[in-house]
Write a protein that binds this ligand. Structure first.
Ligand code: FES
Length: 229
């Protein structure tokens, strides 16, 4: 019995008797539209998904800036009822641009150990170090001892003695800095952010990002934030 051989299918849709096929067409218009729609859907999904995945996995994939510690003096150099300004290095190798003013005072149980306030880790030096960056849009704030307020000149932001917001548009208290004691010297390390109850967040957030309620989930820390001690 002769072996039956299957005729190879023609690549042209007209030869395959597909309804509505045109002469010389190899892909039906329906199939073409389906593929185009799938491709467009894939691109749109990737545009949303890839940045989110990069953000989530970023800290594991990219090197973070090294942690820098700047000595600023002995604990007894600082009063516990007033702030002294000090300059610390935040980013190495870019000169003055990498430096920032911070405000330092000694730990004071009257202000820092009130009910409901989180206890500072034992590894911290007995000082409080506040950032001079306004939590509205990032302008430099200034400590005004006579009024016991930090004042921002840009839009009238006002902060109380602990850096809590008492007026104007800032969305959260002033950022703080990790500290440690080495050879009797207070060293100032990475910056971190706090919410209105002074709960410490493991890394800092940008100005304008509230950290109370749902805000703490909407604004995750950047992967470029230096690793905390
Ligand atoms: S930047 Fe400080 S109040 Fe606007």
């Amino acid at each position: 019995m002769p072996e039956s051989r299957k005729e190879p299918k023609s690549k042209y849709t007209a030869d395959r008797n597909i309804p509505g096929a045109f002469e010389g067409e190899t892909v039906t218009r329906r199939r073409f539209m389906t593929l185009t729609t799938h491709a467009a859907g894939g691109i749109a999904t990737a545009a949303v998904l890839l940045p989110a995945l990069g953000f989530a996995a970023g800290s594991a994939l990219f090197d973070r800036a090294p942690v820098l510690w700047t000595p600023v003096g002995k604990p007894e150099d600082f009063p516990d009822d007033n702030y002294l300004p000090r300059v610390v290095t935040l980013t190495q190798g870019i000169g003055e641009v990498g430096k920032a003013t911070v405000y330092v005072r000694r730990f004071n149980p009257e202000f820092d150990a009130q009910e409901g306030m989180p206890a500072p880790p034992e590894t911290d030096a007995p000082v409080i170090v506040l950032s001079s960056r306004c939590m509205h849009l990032g302008c430099p704030i200034r400590w005004t001892a006579a009024a016991e307020r930090f004042i921002c000149p840009c839009h009238g932001g006002v902060y109380g003695f602990n850096g809590e917001v008492v007026g104007g548009p800032p969305v959260r208290p002033l950022d703080r800095f990790y500290t440690r004691l080495r050879n009797g010297q207070v060293e100032v390390g990475p910056r971190y952010s706090v919410n209105s109850e002074f709960r410490r967040f493991p890394s800092y957030r940008d100005p304008g990002q509230p950290l109370d309620g749902i805000g703490q989930y909407l604004y995750p820390g950047r992967f470029s934030t230096p690793k905390n001690p």
